[in-house]
Each structure stands twice: as C-alpha cells, then as structure tokens.
Design a protein around this ligand. Structure first.
Ligand SMILES: Cc1ncc(COP(=O)(O)O)c(C=O)c1O
Length: 333
C-alpha cells in the first residue's frame, strides 16, 4: 500500500480511463491540443483561460516560477524564500536555476508567522513559496494572512502552492484576489484529489501579465496528449472527486483518532495526510513496510524529529494501515 506520497489511493476516475482507452494513433502522432483541457480548468477555477497555464505536474510550475523569478543575476544572486520543514522542490528548482534558497523555521505547531517571513525578505528576494495546506504538517494558513503577505512581499513573486487545497476546500483563486494581487501565482495539481499523478498535470493561475514570464519557461507541449484528454474527464466527474474527498476526510479522522489512542502527537491536518510523532520513525517505517504499508519518514526535516507522514486515502486502506501501525507501535513498547 502506497501511503508515502499523498496520492489518490483509489486511482483516477473510471471515466478518465474510458477516455484514455478511446484515444488512438493520431492522438499519439500529433501534438496535443489544449483548448478543451484549458477550458475545463478555467471553468473549474472560475477564471478566464488566459489566467492559467497547464504544466507537467505542479513540479514544472514550481520550476517555471523559480526560473522566471531568478533569471536576473546581474546585481546579486537572486533569493527564494520559504519555510522549513519545506516541500523540497522549492529549493531544488531555485538552486537549479542559480538562485539561493532562504528558509524560515516554523514553530513547534507548524504555524506560519507572517512576521518571520517578512523579517527574512531582502532586496534579493525574488519569490516567496508558501504551501497551503502545508506539507508535511497539513496545517492550513488563513487566507487573509496569505493575502496580507502577498502585498507585503511585493514586488517579489508570491507563489502559493495549493497542492492539497481540494482537501481543505480553501483557495486563493478568485477573480477579486487575483486582480488585487499582481504578484500572486497559485499552483495547483491534479495528482492528488483527481488521481492523475501518473499522467503529470498541474496548473499555474495568475493575472495574464504575471503569468507571462512563467509561460515562457514552460515548453509549448509539456503536457502530453493523454494528460490533456484526461483532464476534462476528471474534472467533469465531480461525483468521483467528491466521493474521494469524503474518503480522505474520514481517513484523516480515523488516523488522528488511532494516533491519539496510541499516545502519538499529531497536528490538525487539512490535507490528505497526517504527520505523527513516534518513538523511532525509522523503526515504525520499517515495521510498516514489513507489513506491506509504505509511509514516509520525515524525521530528517527540521522540526519533524521522529515524525512519520501517512496518506489519508481510501477508508479501507486506512483501516489496514491503522491495524499495522497499532501492531508496530505496541510491539516496540
Ligand atoms: C506541496 C506539494 N507541491 C507540489 C507537489 C507536486 O505535485 P505534482 O504531482 O503536480 O508535480 C506535491 C507533491 O507531492 C506537493 O506535496
């Protein structure tokens, strides 16, 4: 059982698979057309089509933001700013384009402090990355805090990574917010709630002028024809997505309750995973793996000492994972 990468453990909607099976030789032979996929995403987010760019997973969107923001090296090494524990791609992408990553440590409860972020902004700061809900803790940041931060860090780009926003139900994507914040870019993925991680598709959403330099970084056909065909089918099957969101929410509650019973510290998560502190993360990860359950050891992350992260997916999977966790934790005591 793959509970280590926060994927949709049920897979994609059956409607997506039917769509893919209908594709033929010309779909493979010709460059993809994005009209239908872009329109479906624009409708989903309630923005005009020119407010978004499709990307090869949000990972490519993060790379595009880092590259666009850090391309001017003429005066100094450009900086990206984020929090720690982080989603690693911010630093990987920033350093790949010759920038330097600066991080601010979150407190013990993984609550984001706008003041701490602002104190770390320098004239070299070109982009600020914030994940909402945060990975790996699942904590969510109030949208008002983010709107305020976006204003205060300008002219730096303010990149809000909403990989898990389907699960929290909260987003900065609304026409008024985008219009008021020209430095805001929101990153989204269809890897999580929509179960398209293997197809690789995400989106960046911002005002057209804000997106323009990022658009230039994304290659013209970076989303392949299968992903482009899958996207409208996945978005149209709202019932499947809503069913999966319910499964994930129920699993999150079950996992949290199980950890509480076992005396393990957890944090309130708005995402499709929970973080828990155990006695020995390495031993628990190994014990779970021996029982066929892969979970993630986050203990190397600053502030995550002896923490494990477990995906909250299908309830059926969660019950099996909990049984394994109980065995492993109790056997070690
Ligand atoms: C916070 C965060 N951002 C972005 C991504 C990448 O998403 P994608 O699969 O669309 O590249 C992930 C994947 O785990 C993530 O956790």
């Amino acid at each position: 059982m793959r509970l280590h990468l926060n994927e949709n453990t049920a897979g994609c909607s059956p409607a997506v698979l039917e769509t893919l099976l209908r594709l033929g030789r010309s779909d493979a032979g010709f460059y993809p057309d994005y009209d239908k996929a872009q329109q479906a995403v624009a409708n989903l987010f309630g923005v005009p089509v020119d407010h978004l760019v499709l990307t090869n997973g949000m990972d490519e969107g993060i790379l595009a933001a880092a590259a666009a923001a850090c391309r001017d090296h003429s005066r100094s090494v450009p900086e990206a700013l984020g929090v720690t524990p982080p989603f690693d791609e911010y630093e990987i992408c920033t350093t790949a384009v010759g920038g330097s990553m600066v991080t601010v440590q979150l407190d013990d409860e993984f609550e984001l402090s706008a003041d701490d972020i602002l104190a770390a902004v320098t004239p070299r700061t070109r982009v600020v990355f914030v994940t909402n809900p945060h990975n790996p803790s699942g904590r969510s940041v109030p949208l008002e805090t983010l709107r305020g931060l976006a204003k205060d860090v300008a002219p730096a780009l303010f990149f809000v990574d909403e990989a898990y926003a389907d699960f929290s139900g909260e987003t900065l994507i609304d026409p008024a917010t985008l219009a008021a914040l020209p430095n805001l870019v929101v990153g989204r993925t269809f890897s999580k709630a929509y179960g398209l991680a293997g197809l690789r598709v995400g989106a960046l959403v911002a005002l057209p002028a804000t997106l323009a330099p990022l658009r230039r970084v994304v290659p013209p056909y970076s989303v392949n024809a299968w992903a482009a065909a899958a996207l409208p089918a996945a978005i149209e099957d709202r019932a499947y997505r809503d069913w999966y969101l319910e499964q994930a929410a129920a699993s999150r509650t079950l996992l949290t309750e199980a950890c509480t019973r076992l005396g393990l510290k957890t944090w309130p998560s708005a995402a499709n995973f929970i973080l828990a502190r155990v006695d020995s993360a390495a031993a628990v990860v190994e014990g779970m793996a021996a029982r066929g359950v892969r979970i993630r050891d986050r203990s190397a992350d600053p502030g995550c000492g002896q923490c494990i992260r477990i995906t909250a997916g299908l309830v059926e999977d969660t019950r099996r994972a909990i049984a394994a966790l109980e065995e492993v934790v109790c056997a070690a005591r």
